[in-house]
Design a protein around this ligand. Sequence first.
Ligand code: CO
Length: 173
Amino acid sequence: MAILDIVTYPNKILKQISKPVERFDKELHKLLDDMYETMIAKNGVGLAAIQVAVPLRALIIDIGDEDGNQGEKTKIEVINPEFLEWEGSIKDTEGCLSVPEYFDEVERYERVKVKFFDRFGKEHIMDAKGLLSVAFQHETDHLDGKLFIERLDYIRRKKFEKEWKKLLKKRKK
Ligand code: CO
């Protein structure tokens, strides 16, 4: 397995619309394994393929168990996701490995029902609530070229632009 480079904002790659996965082969499995290793190494709870510059509708989520432990039991591999139902509203603080060190509140659906395929092409339907629901929406947004900062309200977006400039300066030093 390998730790991959993560594409960060404002790289235009992140704006691409990812294409559906058609082959559930070894190449896909390697991509998912590398993505998982990369996500864990960077302390993330979700990662979409486009974040490692692969424009495919594939993503992984691992929000961990009650104690925050991540692993095979809590890992979810999601291929070609499609929302079947969505309801309610939840506001939670989000971050993104493509927008490092910036966190802010985004409004999302509190509950979603998602249809997706696993790495072997088997179909699954999952009901997700709370943090898991937020993760599904955040990661699926990536497949459509959208970042969480684009979902911030006007004031928060301005605050982001200001703080991002500061963060970039700090990183250059
Ligand atoms: Co993200």
